[in-house]
Design a protein around this ligand. Structure first.
Ligand SMILES: [Zn+2]
Ligand SMILES: [Zn+2]
Length: 257
């Protein structure tokens, strides 16, 4: 069932506890079955990495705490990115997208894209103190990129997110010369890759494209490899939530997911 972009049978671990026990719920991270223990055990929240005592987790041990479960999309993205030590932006994007706080489509992706790229870049450089400040800047800027920018303004917010990432790490302003060029080239490169595939919009597909193009761009212009983009391509697990999925025309589509 599909309600306002959210799949109702994927509300995650904490919702599962308060739902009708006859109703089987699966882990929102990996889709595996949830296990309820008689006793309370030490578990770590996938998003905030804090330790909790709980009597529910999935077969793979995933757990999401109450605070993270009830956070809005942007709040969750910021807190996850501040805490994580991960360096692969695709892996971070996938993990975030699996939370019910992130809609199938929505302007939270305009923050998600620069957030995982900034996190990857500064985690690789081991500059975690800088990362937090830069994430706050991205969050504030991303608020200005409204939903529907792609079709109405000819400027997909995920591509702008890639440009925003480049602006934030290079310190570009409207008055700089080289970095001004870089940030506009970054957005343009991502937009061209998206335009070649065409619509309808899919915030997952276009976020993956923006992240891939940003990884290639960062390697070429700044000599930092965010992940092995030549070998690694995401396999989308969101097709059932997207009524307008391009299926075989989408580079990330696989039937089994
Ligand atoms: Zn799981
Ligand atoms: Zn948490």
């Amino acid at each position: 069932m599909y309600i306002e972009g959210k799949e109702t049978n994927r509300k995650g671990i904490m919702m599962a506890k308060i739902q009708d026990t006859k109703h089987t719920e699966d882990c929102m991270i990996c889709g595996r079955e949830l296990i309820y223990f008689e006793d309370y055990r030490e578990v770590e929240c996938v998003y905030c990495r804090k330790e909790f005592r709980s009597n529910v987790a999935c077969l793979d041990g995933h757990y999401v705490c109450d605070d993270c479960h009830s956070m809005d999309g942007s709040g969750l993205i910021e807190s996850y990115c501040r805490k994580t030590d991960k360096t692969n932006p695709l892996e971070m994007a996938m993990e975030l997208m699996k939370s019910p706080a992130i809609n199938m489509h929505g302007p939270e992706h305009h923050f998600l894209v620069p957030a995982v790229l900034i996190t990857s870049y500064y985690n690789i450089l081991d500059k975690k103190d800088v990362k937090g400040k830069k994430l706050a800047v991205a969050k504030a800027r991303a608020k200005d990129i409204k939903g529907g920018f792609c079709g109405f303004y000819g400027n997909c917010g995920a591509a702008v997110g890639a440009g925003m990432y480049m602006s934030i790490i290079s310190g570009a302003t409207p008055l700089t010369k080289e970095s001004w060029s870089l940030v506009n080239l970054m957005t343009g490169t991502a937009l061209i890759a998206m335009a070649k595939i065409g619509g309808p919009r899919c915030c997952k597909r276009n976020s993956f494209i923006a992240i891939e193009e940003a990884a290639k761009f960062t390697d070429k212009h700044l000599n930092v490899k965010l992940y092995d983009y030549e070998k690694e391509s995401p396999v989308c697990s969101f097709r059932l939530r997207n009524r307008e999925c391009l299926k075989d025309e989408c580079p990330y589509y696989r039937k089994r997911h």
